[in-house]
Design a protein around this ligand. Structure first.
Ligand code: 7TS
Length: 403
């Protein structure tokens, strides 16, 4: 059985009729849909166990705390982290990157450099710009070559003893390029730089193992991996998190407080000030269980096949341009249609019940490299089918014919 045939019925929203057609949801890179188990786990939590965490010794408080901490264990196992202390819950990928950028930012000196790449999402650029701005530090960027892969020769020149952090995407949200994380992290380490990986588009698609990747920090969002919005994860190597002075304060992250000073809590709570998104972690546990049951190898294979089928079908249509590597890619395919603004492509597809994203995809430097203001983009998850890709290709082909 294909993966979509197995999973489809688990996603209630996919039964929707949109503009008179059955919904074809090809925008999972922006946010994936949620299986019933995730929706029900969150509802059940609110109906039976809700209370604040880490503060109340009453039964509900203890149940909520246990569910919250179980989620941490599940995430630790899912990504192959060495210890539960290495899993910090955040509000999302953007928030996870910002936590590191703010903390490292306080230690930057004039002349220090932050290295990024030309394919980054704004979430992995702007927090670094803010961190560097007041410290006289400088942002440098690894250019792209060929179909949109990192220029590894340039990387050799750009990574120097001035580089404090090398921050890069695991999978590009536009090109679908899969970057060689282990190699990039090892190169960063050789010059004494920290490595931070934006895993927003990798976590829903690839089997991850932090012990193999060897990066220092890894950030991702629950809502792109079948889980709820408002929750993300920052993985950080324990010794580094221990050494990092938290930039954000409040309850939960402290041990003892006086009016003018405080001591910090243990990891990972040191980086989790305030009441966290609790129901969302319960939802994430259900999402992780769902993905584990499918098996990430199978997920990867399915989504890769859909992406390759999309590349093949769309690139055969006259006037359609595809961005990014042809074969080895994540679950996204960005494209443009001659004579059509990307928003008009998305609107025309929406009229047929097909949801794709159009615009700059929060990657304006990359759009400049592509030489466009925006693109349309189809992206895939476990519930998408080969038939849906064929419907997309048919609809895109008829746009060309309509000119
Ligand atoms: N990094 C990458 C590579 C992303 O694709 C996204 C979201 C983010 C960071 C930010 O994640 P957030 O959960 O903090 O918002 N990407 C997209 C996208 O491609 N279309 O909509 C959101």
């Amino acid at each position: 059985m294909t993966l979509d045939a197995q999973t489809r019925r688990d996603f209630p929203i996919l039964e929707r009729i949109v503009n008179g057609r059955p919904l074809v949801y090809l925008d999972s890179a922006a946010s994936s849909q949620k299986p019933r188990t995730v929706i029900e786990a969150m509802a059940r939590y609110y109906e039976t166990s809700h209370a604040n965490v880490h503060r109340s010794i009453h039964t509900l408080g203890e149940e909520a705390t246990e569910l919250y901490e179980i989620a941490r264990d599940r995430v630790q196992r899912f990504i192959g982290a060495a210890a539960r202390e290495e899993i910090v819950f955040t509000r999302g990928t953007t928030d996870a990157i910002s936590i590191v950028a703010e903390a490292v930012g306080r230690t930057l000196k004039p002349g220090d450099e932050i290295l990024v790449t030309d394919m980054e999402h704004h979430s992995n650029l702007v927090p670094w710009q803010v961190a560097a701005r007041d410290r006289g530090a400088r942002i440098r960027s690894v250019p792209l070559v060929g179909e949109g892969t990192l220029d590894l020769a340039a990387l050799d020149r750009l990574l120097t003893d001035r580089t404090r952090v090398f921050a890069f995407a695991h999978v590009s949200n536009v090109l679908g390029t899969i970057n060689p994380v282990a190699e990039l992290a090892a190169r960063a380490r050789r010059v004494g730089a920290l490595s931070l990986v934006d895993g927003a588009q990798a976590i829903p698609h690839l089997l991850l193992d932090m012990s193999v990747l060897g990066c220092d920090f890894y950030a991702f969002s629950a809502h792109k991996m079948l889980g709820p919005t408002g929750l993300g994860v920052l993985y950080g190597r324990r010794a580094l998190l221990e050494a990092l002075e938290p930039a954000r304060g409040g309850s939960e992250m402290i041990k003892e407080v006086w009016v003018d000073r405080a001591t910090w809590n243990d990891l990972p709570w040191r980086f989790e000030p305030g009441t966290p998104p609790i129901a969302e972690t319960v939802g994430l546990t259900a999402a992780v269980e769902y993905l584990e049951k499918l098996g990430m190898e199978r997920v990867r294979e399915h989504e890769q096949a859909l992406a390759v089928q999309t590349v093949d079908l769309l690139s055969a249509i006259p006037g359609v341009r595809i961005y990014g590597p042809r074969r080895e890619r994540g679950a996204v395919v960005a494209f443009s249609v001659d004579g059509w603004h990307p928003h008009d492509v998305a609107a025309a597809l929406d009229a047929e019940g097909i949801a794709v994203r159009a615009g700059h995809h929060c990657a304006q430097p990359l759009m400049r490299w592509c030489g466009v203001v925006g693109t349309s983009r189809a992206s895939f998850s476990v519930y998408n089918s080969s038939e849906e890709v064929a419907l997309l290709a048919h609809a895109v082909a008829s746009l060309g014919a309509a000119l």
